[in-house]
Design a protein around this ligand. Structure first.
Ligand SMILES: [Cu+2]
Length: 536
């Protein structure tokens, strides 16, 4: 799957620094070699040396049982993600994606985490309703883990489904460079029912320039306005992901959007059909046949595809800007198998689980959050716009409100220079006017809170925001006043520009938790609030 074993390396242009500290990427990251240039604003590029790094490894499936301890590290590896030369990437246990953890529902597992990156990090266990001290939020639930230090996480898995883990410190660079892994929580499975073969697909992108990633600065996050959109699409860290299946075979795909900013809209061209089974951590009461599935950053979908009697299936990202191939399922020469009428593992449990939240649809909203942006005057000056009315800015004058989704970065220069020092993304409590970490409403344990999220259509740069709540799961109740056609427990809700959604959140897990936008650069630009679930 990777460039492992390649004998010739293409040196990164101008990079002459060496790492004498061994193979794990630790070392003096103050030495950037002669060729690394500061940005115009004096920011330092991160170390991109590949000297002495180990090759990336294949992703392993790790089966864990209740009470097990597993050791996980984060390190720098060398890998060609399909750009034609090896570059420095970040990996959990040397693997990209990191090891897949398969665990039984209801179990408890310890993770001994070792930070072998040259930077501080933490690990967030996305979607798990675990105890708050294990949630991995720096300066909130734990101190940042320094290079060389360890941290022990205790994970709990009350819910069946597909979850994931990723860094929660400089996520814009650490996750983008490869830190992500899947957690599959397996519930009880019924005798005589089929569970199809599963494939886990991490969808992401990289912004490549001059044979390496476009620079990341140590001191600040660039692309803070829109997020970093890549120009290379990656599935499981490679640009040409391929598998094989028999004609008529049913394959269960866990699709995870782990990009910084890009929304993916996935179709399965050539498939007999595609069924939506679940979203984020949850299952739908009934599978739904559909032609495409939209995933904002950190959202997941579990879909079944059924292979045609003849021919391959192409997994494609489609947007108004065109198509990108994400993967290929090649047909074998085997006889056609009929999986269309085989009884599948049922999820009646999902309906029962969700019914109490669905029944709250008529209840009033408890709090309303507005999504907004504040751009520094300096950014306007830099673009030569002075005090120009922002309605006149290129790409923002649409007459009938903003486009609901920004599919690509069509203001690249301005986006790149908008650091998180110049742009603040805002969650604002409509009632109190409190913004970002000034917000921390408290809820009684067991209460079903109703939160409305309004993505202001007339902000200075309206765009979609995927809002993620830690520690709890929720039902997306309505989207622009209409009932959600795909009810499921979720942990992230995509809110289009100019849209409003209402979510119903069972306040099930005591602690003070983060709620934030999962566009990595928006998180770095302060787009986060807290909420508290009281002790029972
Ligand atoms: Cu955002």
């Amino acid at each position: 799957m990777s460039g492992a074993g390649a004998t010739s390396l293409v040196a990164i242009a101008g990079c002459t620094s060496t790492d004498n500290e061994g193979t794990n990427g630790e070392g003096d990251h103050g030495d950037h070699g002669d060729g690394d240039e500061e940005s115009e604003d004096g920011f330092t590029p991160i170390d991109r040396s590949i000297e002495g790094l180990s090759d990336v490894q294949e992703t392993e499936e790790i089966y864990l049982e209740d009470g097990d301890t597993y050791t996980l590290n984060a390190e720098v590896v060398r890998h060609d993600p399909g750009v034609g030369n090896e570059i420095a990437m970040y990996a959990y246990n040397g693997q990209l994606p990191g090891p897949t953890l398969r665990v039984p529902q209801g179990s408890e597992i310890d993770i001994e985490f070792v930070n072998e990156l040259p930077y501080e990090t933490t690990v967030h266990w996305h979607g798990l309703r675990l105890d708050v001290e294990n949630d991995g939020v720096p300066d909130m639930t734990q101190d940042p883990i320094k290079p060389g230090d360890t941290f022990e996480y205790t994970l709990k898995f009350p819910d069946e489904g597909a979850f994931w883990y990723h860094p929660h410190l400089r996520e814009d660079l650490q996750q983008n460079l490869g830190l992500r892994g899947a957690i599959i929580v397996e519930g009880p499975r019924e005798e005589g029912r089929e569970w199809p073969r599963e494939e886990i697909l991490f969808l992401s992108d990289l912004k490549i320039a001059d044979d390496d990633v476009y620079p990341f600065w140590e001191e600040a996050t660039n692309h803070a306005m829109m997020g970093r959109f890549g120009n290379h699409m990656l599935t499981n860290g490679v640009s040409e992901w391929v598998t094989e299946a028999d004609p008529g075979e049913r394959i269960r795909l866990h699709l995870l959007n782990v990009a910084n900013a890009r929304p993916f809209q996935v179709t399965a061209e050539g498939a007999e059909h595609m069924e939506l089974i679940g979203l984020d951590g949850g299952f739908l009461p009934e599978p739904t046949t559909l032609s495409e599935v939209l995933l904002s950053p950190s959202e997941r979908a579990t879909v079944d595809i059924v292979m045609p009697e003849a021919g391959d299936v192409r997994l494609v990202h489609t947007s108004p800007h065109g198509e990108n191939e994400l993967g290929l399922v090649e047909s074998t020469d085997a006889d056609v198998v009929d999986t269309l009428n085989v009884p599948m593992e049922p999820h009646e449990r999902a309906e029962e689980d969700l019914s109490e939240a669905i029944a709250r649809s008529d209840e009033p909203v408890d709090i309303t959050w507005e999504l907004d942006i504040d751009m520094d005057h300096e950014l306007h000056e830099m673009m030569g716009m002075g005090d120009m009315d922002h309605d006149d800015m290129d790409g923002m004058d649409h007459g009938e409100g903003p486009p609901p989704i920004e599919w690509e970065d069509d203001m690249e220069d301005m986006n790149e220079m908008s650091t998180n020092e110049l742009v603040t993304h805002i969650i604002r409590d409509q009632e109190t006017g409190g913004e970002n970490m000034e917000i921390n409403p408290s809820f009684e344990h067991g209460r079903f809170a109703r939160i409305k999220i309004v993505n202001l259509p007339d902000s200075e740069h309206p765009m979609q925001h995927p809002i993620h709540l830690h520690g709890v799961h929720f039902l997306v109740d309505t989207i622009d006043g209409e009932p959600n056609p795909h009810p499921s427990w979720k942990d992230t809700v995509h809110v289009s520009a100019g849209s409003e959604v209402v979510i119903t959140v069972p306040m099930s897990n005591p602690g003070t938790w983060l709620a934030h936008c999962h566009i990595s650069e928006h998180l770095e630009a302060d787009m986060k609030a807290a909420f508290t679930v009281e002790e029972p």
